[in-house]
Design a protein. Sequence first.
Length: 303
Amino acid sequence: MEDRGIWFKGSIVPVADAKINVLSPTSQFGLNVFEGIRCYWNEEQQQLYAFRLQEHFDRLLNSCKLIGFSCPYALGQLREYFLETIRFNSYRQDVAVRMTLFIDGEGSWNSVAPVEMFIAPIAKSRTDVTNLKGLSACVSSWDRIGDNCLPPRIKAGANYINGRYGHLEARRNGYDVPIFLASNGKVSEGAGACLFIVRNGQLITPSLTSSVLESITRNTILDLALEMNLRVCEREVDRTELYIADEVFLCGSAAEVTPITSIDRVPVGQGLPGELTVKMLDLYLDVVSNKSPQHGGWLTKVY
Ligand code: PMP
């Protein structure tokens, strides 16, 4: 285990000391909401940049509201504790930060308190663009969870069990990742990432009512695409469009921009990472590490 300090229930403690009750609802039922936030190190500027903090905190608070417990911290405190935790660990490299609000104590799946929080940074490098291979995907036989059963708009721990089923099935059958369809048969998203297809130069992504998480990276890519004068469209996407797309990629805070090079063994385009996909990944990595000054508004300096 990496030797690091974790913000846990009000103070920073060694990771080995951040322990919870096995009977807590978060432990028993996955009763928690969380964010995965990336920070990128810029060597020239000797600075670490957190990407789109405000949007992550907004989504975290929406998740609290929807799952039915209240966040004990104001926005300013979330921000302060987040920065304090990274600074405590003196990171000078890329990191991924798990920020989780959970139901502690000895309750049940219907408990609404006590709400506690942890903030756990983990060293994680960005995608190596010089060694970009792309992933094989399959259309999962499992449906994506839906708004009227287990809303994917909430970033809740329990939702990831759906992703787990799809992922394990994909790996068992020799694929890298699953692509989920929603219960109406339309394309939804990946197990932990949203999805874009490129057709005739247009970027298309399932709408926010397609059983997807309201992804911050998806939103970033839509903005960047418009700046690149590309045509973009948020709409329902058919399964068959996956097989005839020129390019397909996943996106997310963890996935960044990940090319999909085959779906159900059908090559996507030439079966290599697509040109636009690679261009988008390059731009994305510049933006998140403050090498693209006009996007500084999305970044928070850690030091
Ligand atoms: N969909 C799911 C199911 C996810 O878990 C994630 C990762 N948070 C995403 C999409 C991408 O969201 P974001 O760009 O905000 O990281």
